[in-house]
Design a protein around this ligand. Structure first.
Ligand code: A2P
Length: 336
């Protein structure tokens, strides 16, 4: 069977990557429909060896097209308003924004971690926050084996996570231009504010990591805290993750558990003295679909704990690849 697929926000940072990943993965697709705002309507895009015209996203734009899957990445407000229109027209929406993630009726899915949640969707499946996705791929096998007690996240997030505007702020900041997207200059800087603040001093990005982790790992009581920071890197989010377990572990066994998990690659070599260690870095993993983990070492300050350094391409696994993998899984489920 072949499917009709719509991409909403097709001109954006993630939307373009949707197109690239769809092209690479050769999904069984009959027709594609590309949507963006009125600003882009009529623009031509070369895709899969054909020329497509961007259409304006409207409440009725999905009607009569027999769209099976609509991949959304056009901001939270846009998803909130238009995802229900796509569902009404018969599509399954896979939404990259934060609009639907924490709704009880909406599954939040990382295909390697909780593919079973795809089945109970009510028309919308949410793609988690980019920082959460890569953390989940590393933590799931450890939670299954050693039962996680507490997690401390510290992130080093690329500007591409803030869309085209974020990217331009770093590019233009090199010449001393004032930022347009970020609250302060990002060039030569670290901004400990991603998204808006809550009353108690956490940013929304930090709360997303806490709440989404609990939802995906099906553990509402997991103790988690986070500090999320924007750094002057174009592509690739890095995360320091400190994990405490209920059970004891053997470090070699833990490394093997990570290495055996699908979609996760261990890159970890300690070099003493003058030698350069081997560990994942944003510049190395940009363009890759997998999550990389290194700097795996016992946290000796607690009974059973480990420190990890987790890196992934935030626009690929952190957004487009994960969404396309959900679409792929869903298509496979239709065939069964
Ligand atoms: P457009 O290019 O027409 O503005 P990014 O996060 O990289 O900035 O991309 C945002 C994406 O979401 C773009 O494709 C943008 O389209 C789209 N978008 C933003 N607001 C709307 C809207 N109100 N209706 C439709 N598409 C929107």
């Amino acid at each position: 069977r072949k499917y009709n697929v719509a991409v909403v926000g097709a001109t954006g940072m993630v939307g373009r990557k949707f197109l690239q990943v769809l092209e690479e993965r050769k999904l069984p697709v009959e027709n594609y429909y590309l949507f963006a705002s009125a600003r882009s309507a009529g623009k031509k895009v070369d895709f899969m060896g054909k020329e497509y015209t961007i259409e304006e996203l409207t409440e009725t734009c999905f009607d009569g097209k027999d769209i099976d899957i609509a991949l959304f990445s056009a901001g939270g407000g846009t998803s909130e308003k238009f995802a229900p229109c796509a569902v009404k027209a018969g599509a399954l929406v896979i939404d990259n924004s934060s609009a639907w993630r924490m709704k009880q009726a909406v599954p939040l899915v990382v295909p390697e971690v909780n593919p079973e949640d795809i089945a109970w969707n009510n028309g919308i499946i949410a793609n988690p926050n980019c920082s959460t996705i890569q953390a989940m791929v590393a933590l799931k096998p450890l939670d299954d084996k050693y039962k996680i007690k507490r997690v401390v996240y510290s992130t080093y997030q690329a500007v591409s996570g803030a869309g085209m505007g974020g990217y331009s702020d770093l590019e233009n900041g090199i010449n001393g231009d004032a930022p347009k997207k970020f609250p302060y200059p990002i060039f030569g800087n670290c901004l400990p504010q991603i998204d808006v603040f809550d009353e108690d001093g956490y940013t929304k990005e930090e709360l997303k990591m806490v709440n989404e982790t609990r939802k995906i790992l099906h553990n509402d009581n997991m103790r988690i805290t986070a500090t999320t920071v924007r750094v002057p890197v174009f592509h690739g989010h890095s995360e320091s993750i400190n994990v405490e377990f209920e059970k004891d572990f053997d470090l070699d066994d833990l490394k093997k558990t990570l290495a055996d998990f699908p979609g996760l690659i261990v890159m970890d070599e300690v070099k003493t003295g003058e030698g350069k260690g081997v560990y994942p870095m944003a510049t190395e993993i940009a363009g890759k679909d997998e999550v990389y983990v290194g700097r795996i070492r016992r946290d000796r300050s607690v009974d059973s704990g480990v420190n990890l350094w987790v890196v992934a391409d935030n626009i690929r696994k952190g957004a487009a690849t994960n969404a396309v993998q959900i679409a792929q899984k869903w298509m496979e489920m239709q065939e069964q």
